[in-house]
Design a protein around this ligand. Structure first.
Ligand SMILES: [Zn+2]
Length: 340
């Protein structure tokens, strides 16, 4: 059986903030209700998938543009699945620091070599995001080869999610929510709160997607870049917290019927400045990475003519499957809980 803690910690965009904002409420007479994530959550993943479409070459752009809403909306399906599907949680992260100080030299990049060294149980226990990106790219390539509209849409949407996660520093460490350093809540601060407050001001001109020679190395490089930023992510939050009066760190906002506590805009802006725009930088990097992996899967599939796939909606079967996922998620007791 998969490690239960993995289910509780697959730290993904927005959902942590739901926990944070729903539970860290203060003594308000107003009822505390779960926030509907469809209204404001999952923001970053959707934005990344959406903007990645605009990096694609003309041969791909028509099909992806026609399905822009699908690819945007279903950027968050993997998060919706994580409590219901065993094995899903660990696809979103890798606790690379579990493997020691020089982990990137120690952990083989190849799946079979890593299994041989650590066992698959260990790999699954500490997260598999770089390998899962590699597997998903292969699935997407097969979907292009067979010109299967459903699978192209599904896998393109989902690989965008995992690539997005791999660009988040706190998806690469055991201290994923600052729980080991007294900074609980930092996960949602970095990847949800800041994004929600600032993403409209970010520059999304990221250029054109490019062919990726080695998807596995590409995924690992993204994880390594993310992990290199973990120290700054943690250190600056602590410095800022220590330098500000406590009542400047948080604010209270009305969300539907609930009054919730969340990080203040002043704190978020100051934190972003200390990180010198890291959140925007990682988001831009994720966008071009998603576009490039989509493009690479298409090239490796032999550059199939996608114009024959336009004017064809996804099948009723796929829409039914996704509707069921949505209903399961909406009724899940875990909805809105994540990270700890
Ligand atoms: Zn995720």
């Amino acid at each position: 059986m998969a490690n239960w803690s993995n289910y509780l910690r697959s730290s993904c965009l927005a959902v942590f903030l739901l926990l944070f904002t729903s539970l860290v409420s203060f003594g308000s007479p107003l009822p505390i209700k779960p926030v509907n994530p469809a209204v404001w959550g999952f923001y970053g993943h959707k934005r990344i998938n959406r903007m990645a479409v605009f990096t694609l070459p003309p041969e791909m752009f028509g099909f992806f543009k026609e399905n822009l809403e699908f690819i945007t909306e279903h950027a968050v399906d993997p998060d919706k699945r994580r409590y219901a599907v065993e094995g899903e949680a660990q696809r979103h992260y890798i606790d690379i620091d579990h493997y020691g100080e020089h982990a990137f030299d120690s952990v083989p990049r190849r799946w079979d070599e890593a299994i041989a060294k650590y066992t698959e149980d260990t790999l699954q226990a500490y997260g598999i995001v770089p390998w899962h990106i590699y597997f998903m790219k292969f699935r997407l390539q097969k979907a292009f080869e067979s010109k299967n509209i459903d699978l192209i849409l599904k896998y393109a949407s989902e690989i965008g999610h995992y690539i997005g996660d791999s660009h988040v520093p706190l998806h690469t460490t055991e201290n994923y929510n600052g729980q080991l350093t007294g900074q609980r809540g930092i996960h949602g601060l970095w990847e949800s709160r800041i994004v929600e407050l600032s993403a409209e001001d970010y520059d999304y001109f990221v250029g054109k997607s490019a062919y990726v020679q080695s998807v596995l190395d590409f995924a690992w490089d993204a994880v390594e870049e993310s992990n290199n930023a973990v120290d700054s992510v943690l250190r600056f939050e602590k410095l800022l917290t220590d330098s500000l009066p406590a009542d400047m760190k948080y604010t209270y906002e009305q969300r539907g019927q609930a009054l919730i506590q969340t990080y203040s805009k002043e704190f978020c802006d100051a934190y972003q400045n200390m990180m010198n725009g890291m959140v925007e930088r990682r988001m831009r990097q994720a966008i071009i990475a998603v576009g490039s992996i989509w493009y690479t899967a298409w090239v490796d599939a032999g550059q199939p003519d996608l114009s024959s796939l336009t004017n064809t909606p996804p099948s009723p079967e796929l829409l039914k499957e996704l509707q069921e996922l949505e209903e399961m998620y909406q009724h899940s007791e875990h909805k809105g809980t994540i990270c700890d």
